[in-house]
Design a protein around this ligand. Sequence first.
Ligand code: ZN
Length: 132
Amino acid sequence: MNDPIEPSSPDDLRRRGWRVAVHNDYRQHGQHWTFWLFTRGSTCVKGEGRTDAEALDSVRRQLRSGLDPWFDNPRAVHVLYGGFPLCGFSQEPPVDWPEGMTWVGLSEWEKTTCEGCRAKGPEHLRELPANR
Ligand SMILES: [Zn+2]
């Protein structure tokens, strides 16, 4: 995936499904600061810094350190269950998922590249009436 990151632009975050909820510039102790708040589903993450690049890099670090398991793997293949991803990363249907993300049905569960879906797979498979 051609995925250039421009440090001072939030486009790479938007491509991963993060929406800009708040972006403010302010002055503190006579210095310029900027604040960004992103949301995806019920998760939010904020970053502050002297420049947009500094604030957005703070957001990227937080996402990479666990908030967004797919940050460096936006082509993740999820398992679709009842119209939504099994791992619960999004409350949106696939058409609104981050660009590049795809899905397989429960019958192709072994093809998932998502740790969250993989972890939940067997549990939900057992719950299916067909498997009882
Ligand atoms: Zn998943």
